[in-house]
Design a binder for this molecule. Structure first.
Ligand SMILES: C[S@@+](CC[C@H](N)C(=O)[O-])C[C@H]1O[C@@H](n2cnc3c(N)ncnc32)[C@H](O)[C@@H]1O
Length: 263
């Protein structure tokens, strides 16, 4: 078992996720719709840590721009969304989110934003896709003005037990363990690049209003871990979910880590 986990981890760590080679972009927003109040919850939690209200934000790994407008409206900020996936960016651009939100092709390793432009780099569910974390941290440092911050919203190994897919799909726990970082793995490359950890929260958030919605959205398979499971394991898990019924909203717990550059 230990050997198998090690092999899975090594295979996964070599394999970057290219969203353009999947059907995730078209299904992403249907599968990942945010519950009312959840964006405000994240904006409030970040604001409680940030030294000041951000005015220029890079939404790094913005994907379909699901959170870009919320950042722009919530903080009255200009937002540049950056993502390597043409298909994800096409979905984002189609939304026409107004003059304060724009999108560019780029990546965490090559952030297509001028040096010192941003006062916040926001990364939501992106960290586990980054191959070269040292270069990414250096790039964040480059695009941030002195005293600027990086806010990382990500699933972590510490919160594995709260993931709603756990226990339903054979092999899910192994791929989650192989791919998702431990908290210390998130902070290490940023601290090595000169950032200082200024806040950490675990956010308990409702992800689906009820079981039926959870099952319908999970069926979209708009998740980079579910898409890696063999089709038979995914279908067997879906059958188990459909046969079950749990009362109340579905929740998970996600980590928020905020680090600051020297002033
Ligand atoms: C799970 S989606 C998150 C999208 C968005 N941040 C959100 O929370 O809805 C992950 C995104 O990371 C992007 N991505 C993958 N590798 C990346 C990298 N090296 N740098 C920046 N973004 C990356 C993918 O193209 C995808 O759009």
């Amino acid at each position: 078992m230990v050997r198998r986990l090690t092999e899975i981890r090594e295979a996964w760590q070599k394999k970057a996720m290219d969203y353009d080679k999947t059907a995730i972009p078209e299904a992403y927003d249907r599968g990942r719709q945010m519950q009312p109040g959840v964006m405000a919850l994240w904006l409030d939690e970040m604001a409680s840590i940030l030294p000041r209200r951000p005015e220029r934000i890079v939404d790094l790994g913005c994907g379909t721009g699901r959170l870009s407008a919320g950042l722009a409206n919530g903080y009255a900020a200009q937002v540049i969304g950056v993502d390597p996936s043409e298909k994800m960016l096409r979905e984002a651009q189609a939304k026409d989110l107004g003059p304060d939100v724009s999108f560019r092709r780029g990546s965490a390793e090559t952030i297509t934003v001028e040096s010192g432009w941003a006062d916040l780099v926001f990364m939501s569910m992106v960290f586990h896709h980054i191959d070269d974390r040292e270069t990414a941290a250096a790039e964040c440092m480059r695009v941030l003005a002195p005293g600027g911050c990086v806010a990382i919203r990500n699933a972590t190994r510490e919160q594995a037990a709260s993931v709603p897919f756990n226990g339903w799909f054979e092999g899910f726990e192994a791929v989650y363990e192989a791919r998702m970082p431990a908290l210390a793995e998130i902070t290490a490359p940023f601290e090595a690049a000169g950032f200082r950890l200024i806040g950490r929260r675990v956010i308990d958030q409702p992800t689906h209003p009820d079981w039926t919605t959870f099952v319908a959205r999970t069926a979209q398979r708009a998740d980079s871990l579910l898409i890696r499971l063999p089709d038979a394991a995914f279908e067997a898990g879906m059958a188990r979910l459909r046969a079950a019924n749990r009362p109340g909203p579905v929740h998970d717990r996600v980590d928020l880590v905020v680090l600051q550059t020297p002033a």
